[in-house]
Design a protein. Structure first.
Length: 458
């Protein structure tokens, strides 16, 4: 089967890498520069509104007027000193590069066809945020460290079309610094291709998304000057770059509590009268921040019904499988049927927002038992493979002959390989090479993705 995830234009990929990492030169044509966004934590605007308001930036002060006094005697003059200016809290990088999860931002722009793009928050943890940039030609995922007085790139992966947790990788030794405290005019630091400095505070910036007061950060090299504007609670709201002509990028839209749609293709074995065939189904899932591909594959590996739902129910607070079975199916004792249909193991734990299948149009088998756990999944880019580690119960609970086991493993390998667009998948069991009564792999050996003869179903 031809993979749905195709290699995109090298030109687009290069442009997006340069934009997302705030580099100073772009491709072979116009210079472009960085795009970073986010929402805020404690200083964020109320979640009921995503449109910024105009006005002075929080923390700005008005200089008190100086007062003097003169005594009644003309021979003596007494002057009082000006009142002490109130001390304002120092601006922090966390305020201008927020870590808020579930944020979507759209940027418009001119000067380069790859300047317009969208940004999602992949992961958000204390001191770290991972953003996914998509310019329609390619994607790049960038992990930022936010704290200790600076915003710095910790890791990045270009041309990646699935959510990968970059915190699993060792940090870059010389990651670029985007912002540095003190956030005041004159703060200067070196970057790979030039010098970066804070050149203005409280700069009025007008964008499609609204008006902001922003910090201006200017990066200067031998052939280009780039300016980034960061607004409190929003992150990057505007960028301009000039190397003979101008590239302009600005925040056009920002949504809170957003999710990202991700297309996947899942595979399952199907018994026929004479053989075992592999069927494929394309599905679309909604991914919130901190939901990774591991959680999504876990859901579809536990139950084929997830790919072929006839009737579903979204779990609400205080629901149990028994109450769902009672009120949705008319019999509380059918909770075990729901558990089996969704691959939910005892003690049948569910959580609000979870989608459970009540009825399905398929009798295709699950790829793993309810007790089996996916420990980890990550891309080994240097080897061009994906490594996925299961609990050993993947094999011990399988209870399959050699032909059916091979079909189950092939379905798993195809789903993982398709998601990452790689030809080989390394499967381990509790960290050890895959081994069963029928199949045994050597350390470091992997399975090959095989789409030959796969039947696509709707």
């Amino acid at each position: 089967m031809r993979s749905m995830i195709r290699f995109r234009s090298r030109f687009a990929a290069t442009c997006l890498v340069l934009v997302a990492t705030l580099a100073l030169t772009s491709c072979e044509s116009p210079t472009t520069s960085g795009l970073v966004t986010g929402t805020s934590e404690s200083t964020a605007p109320p979640t009921t509104s995503i449109t910024p308001t105009t006005g002075p930036t929080t923390g700005s002060t008005t200089q008190p007027s100086e007062t003097t006094g003169t005594t009644a005697q003309t021979t003596t003059t007494e002057t009082t000193s000006a009142p002490t200016e109130p001390t304002q809290p120092a601006r922090t990088v966390e305020q201008y590069f927020p870590l808020t999860p579930d944020v979507f931002a759209r940027y418009s722009g001119t000067g380069n066809e790859y300047v317009p793009m969208t940004v999602y928050v992949d992961y958000s943890r204390p001191g770290q945020v991972q953003l996914a940039y998509d310019n329609g030609g390619t994607e790049i995922h960038v992990l930022y460290g936010v704290g200790n007085g600076k915003v710095q790139i910790l890791q990045e992966l270009p041309e990646l079309y699935v959510r990968e947790d970059l915190a699993q990788l060792p940090p870059l030794s010389n990651g670029e610094i985007l912002l540095m405290e003190p956030l005041e005019v004159g703060t200067t630091w070196n970057v790979e291709h030039g010098i970066r400095a804070i050149t203005a505070i409280d700069v009025p910036v007008d964008t499609e998304a609204g008006a902001f007061n922003a910090i201006e950060v200017t990066t200067t090299s031998s052939d280009v000057v780039t300016k980034h504007y960061y607004a409190r609670g929003f992150g990057l709201v505007q960028m301009t770059a000039q190397d003979g002509y101008e590239i302009h990028q600005e925040l056009a839209e920002r949504q809170l509590n957003a999710s990202r749609s991700q297309r996947l293709t899942v595979y399952y074995p199907r018994m026929t009268q004479t053989d075992i065939e592999i069927v494929a189904k394309e599905v679309t899932v909604e991914m919130k921040t901190n939901t990774g591909i591991r959680e999504i594959l876990d859901r579809f590996f536990r139950s084929a019904a997830q790919a072929f739902p006839k009737r579903t129910y979204t779990v609400k607070p205080h629901d149990t499988l028994w109450s769902i079975a009672l009120y949705q199916l008319g019999d509380g004792q059918k909770y075990k049927d729901i558990a089996a249909l969704n691959g939910i193991p005892a003690p049948y734990t569910i959580k609000p927002g979870q989608i459970v299948v009540l009825e399905s149009d398929t009798n295709l088998p699950a790829l793993m038992s309810p007790q089996t756990v996916i420990h980890s999944i990550h891309l080994q880019q240097d080897r061009g493979i994906v490594a996925i580690d299961f609990s050993r119960s993947l094999v011990t609970d399988m209870n399959a002959g050699s032909g059916f086991e091979a079909a189950l493993v092939r379905s798993i390998v195809n789903a993982v390989g398709h998601a990452y667009d790689v030809p080989n998948v390394q499967v381990t069991l509790d960290g050890d090479p895959y081994e069963s009564g029928h199949i045994a792999l050597a350390p470091g050996e992997s399975f090959t993705v095989d789409y030959q003869g796969v039947i696509v179903v709707n």
